[in-house]
Design a protein around this ligand. Structure first.
Ligand code: ATP
Ligand code: MG
Length: 456
């Protein structure tokens, strides 16, 4: 309702405006792109919906007479009636000047220098206007056109054309509360389109991560990827292999940990991108693997909807499980215990994965624990289960076991039920459950021996 009203007003306002779409990308030297300005009474973007901390930053910059805009997801999502994940600010103040204004400010990033203003848990990201690298004689760009340092400062207009997608290049001006739109982002919000700014191939070469960002926004917003961008992603997929492995770790979390994991996964498969992130998973995505990953992601989206926490280690452990399981199944031919099998399979898969995505040790260790706990949960000898219950990785490993059963490992049904039950009873009853299991397995052992004798 609110959105419709907004569009009626914006459309009215835009009738006589010239369109700026790509006017700069066809000839980057010519600056003829007057922005569309949508005045405060012509849109419904309200400060009430913005983070008070973002507003504090915007006002402080204004007070110091710097240009000061809310930009990116904050504007885009509010226009769409969504809750922004975070708020980004753009200004003509340099990172050092921003730091001088805020006590609670840290400068981060080498490739892309930014000021982070901290307010408890909330961080407001303040970026200085960037200009095109052409204006700096190509400094910070590799011979393949990839940007390795992005710290050439420019004007608001330069900054708008340097952003990735038109829907991300809308600026809310704190001086007069208008929206500034150089790239016709509003039109694309209206038509639900992810359109890259400028020449798709060139922009993907500059930063191949933009492919993953396109997928992420299409999944999150349920937007379509504009045709030339779509074609260009498919043609340039291999560029992703040149992205530093450390950067991909965070990007993958953003794809899967914000409530649109299933949609992201479907798009990754559609664009054949999965193998550039998880080669081993892509190789073993047989019937079971695909079901397992999909189920893991369905559960992830659900937990996020219910505001329950998700551990990155659990997510990565699930994304790599098809490969671990495949390798473990192969190792079952060898004379190894189940625990050894999962240890070897887990370690091997993780080592290979690190060549594609740098998973920090603090996640790699719990991932391997979740995998090896699958063997421990299966063994249940004597009083061992009682030692597993308080294990810091028990809950995640138990959830993982349920997920396996849910995705088709039906032989785990009894095991899952047993672990569910034991968590719900008193300590005495837990002990009794273990004893009962031991005596049952002893009897089974005896029966086996007896039948063996009979056969002999
Ligand atoms: P969200 O925060 O919901 O993930 P966002 O659009 O705010 O989405 P951020 O990663 O927070 O994304 O980045 C903020 C803004 O910075 C983007 O909207 C975009 O304008 C710009 N930006 C981020 N990454 C890139 C990139 N790789 N290339 C060009 N512009 C980028
Ligand atoms: Mg953001």
């Amino acid at each position: 309702m609110k959105f419709t009203a907004f569009w009626q007003r914006v459309t009215r306002n835009r009738k006589n405006r010239k369109t700026a779409r790509n006017s700069r990308s066809t000839d980057r030297g010519v600056i003829d792109s007057a922005p569309n300005i949508i005045h405060r009474n012509e849109h419904v973007l309200s400060r009430k919906e913005m983070s008070e901390h973002a507003l504090k930053v915007l006002y402080r910059l204004k007070k110091a007479r710097y240009e000061s805009y809310l930009v990116g997801g904050g504007v885009r999502d509010l226009l769409l009636g969504l809750h922004p994940k975070d708020f980004d600010v753009a200004t003509n103040a340099t990172p050092e000047q921003v730091r001088k204004l805020f006590g609670n400010c840290r400068l981060i990033g080498r490739r892309f220098r930014l000021a982070h203003v901290h307010f408890g848990r909330e961080i407001i990201e303040v970026a200085t206007f960037r200009a095109s690298h052409d204006q700096a004689g190509g400094e910070g760009v590799t011979k393949d056109g990839m940007i390795v340092r992005d710290n050439v400062y420019g004007t608001l207009e330069d900054d708008a054309w340097r952003r990735d997608f038109t829907v991300n290049a809308l600026y809310y001006n704190i001086y007069d509360f208008s929206i500034v739109d150089y790239t016709d982002g509003l039109k694309d919000i209206e038509s639900k389109t992810i359109r890259i700014i400028g020449d798709a191939k060139e922009r993907l070469q500059e930063d191949p991560v933009r492919m993953l960002r396109a997928i992420r926004f299409a999944a999150k917003l349920n937007f379509k990827i504009e045709a030339s961008l779509s074609t260009s992603i498919k043609a340039n997929i291999n560029l992703l292999d040149g992205v530093p492995v450390a950067r991909l770790f965070e990007e993958v979390l953003k794809l899967f940990l914000h409530g649109h994991a299933v949609a992201s996964y479907e798009l990754l498969k559609e664009y054949d991108l999965l193998k550039h992130l998880f080669l081993q998973t892509a190789e073993h995505l047989d019937e079971y693997g695909d079901r397992f990953v999909t189920q893991a992601l369905i559960n992830t989206d659900l937990r996020i909807q219910q505001k329950k926490p998700i551990a990155p280690a659990f997510l990565y452990a699930a994304l790599l499980w098809p490969a671990v399981k495949h390798y473990a199944d192969e190792l079952k031919q060898e004379d190894l215990s189940l625990l050894q099998i999962y240890q070897i399979a887990g370690q091997t898969v993780l080592e290979k994965q690190l060549l594609q995505i740098l998973i920090p040790k603090r996640f790699g260790i719990p991932m391997r624990e979740i995998w090896t706990m699958q063997a421990r949960l299966a063994s249940r000898k004597g009083k061992r289960p009682l030692k597993l219950l308080p294990h810091p990785r028990f809950r995640a490993s138990y959830d993982f076991l349920l997920l396996r059963e849910q995705s088709g490992e039906t032989q785990l049904k009894e095991l899952c039920q047993w672990w569910t039950d034991i968590q719900e009873v008193s300590e005495e009853e837990q002990l009794a459950m273990c004893k009962k299991l031991s005596s049952m397995s002893k009897n089974k052992g005896k029966r086996k021996k007896r039948s063996k004798k009979l056969v002999e």
